[in-house]
Design a protein around this ligand. Structure first.
Ligand SMILES: N[C@@H](CCC(=O)N[C@@H](CS)C(=O)NCC(=O)O)C(=O)O
Length: 192
């Protein structure tokens, strides 16, 4: 099995953490370099990372890769509430990816514009809900939802995208999981 992605991507890191005790090859791509973009375009029409190659089957999208791997390795499924938590995490993550791409495209995302306002409102609301869920202990098991939350929060801090200061339960969650060996070995700060 080959996993294609970049080291900083929170969506890619989820799968690396999920596969922490499995044998696979990680192919580190810089999707904005000409050579690596050619690999991305050849394998994945959506032109997003991650993607997984298993035999001659390519699977796109972290969510589908998760389902594929959980089937292949008979992992314990998430409950419906946990699936819902994952959707919350994805919603905030997608909005922050869009905002980061806007910043990199030269836009001022602090401007009072519909697109920016919608993303910012979504991120603020979702982080507040995730903080309440963390306070209730909903992320105390290290399952795919908790892994995805960790990858989102750590990427937010790494890229300085949003202040996590008001969210004490989310900060506790980061502290509790920070020293896991797979978290440490996949930390983008150790590789860029
Ligand atoms: N729904 C996708 C989202 C993946 C995603 O947004 N990946 C980002 C990197 S973190 C990407 O490839 N962005 C490139 C682009 O949007 O052109 C998934 O879960 O895999």
């Amino acid at each position: 099995m080959k996993l294609f992605g970049s080291i900083p991507s929170p969506y890619v890191r989820r799968i690396r953490l999920l596969l922490a005790d499995k044998h696979y090859e990680f192919v580190n791509l810089n999707i904005f370099s000409d050579e690596d973009r050619a690999t991305l375009v050849r394998l994945n029409p959506t032109r997003k990372i991650p993607m997984l190659l298993d035999g001659d089957q390519v699977i796109f999208d972290s969510g589908l890769i998760y389902r594929y791997l959980s089937d292949k390795f008979a992992m314990e499924p998430l409950s419906w509430p946990q699936e819902n938590h994952l959707m919350l995490i994805n919603a905030a993550n997608d909005s922050l990816v869009e905002l980061l791409l806007c910043t990199r495209s030269g836009f001022d995302i602090a401007e009072d514009k519909l697109f920016f306002n919608l993303q910012r409102e979504r991120v603020a609301e979702v982080l507040a809900v995730l903080d309440q869920l963390a306070e209730q202990g909903q992320f105390s098991d290290w399952n795919y939802a908790a892994i995805s939350l960790y990858c989102l929060l750590d990427w937010i801090e790494f890229r300085q995208l949003w202040s996590l200061e008001p969210f004490s339960a989310l900060q506790d969650f980061i502290r509790v999981n920070h020293d896991r060996p797979a978290v440490q070995s996949s930390d983008p700060r150790h590789s860029v």
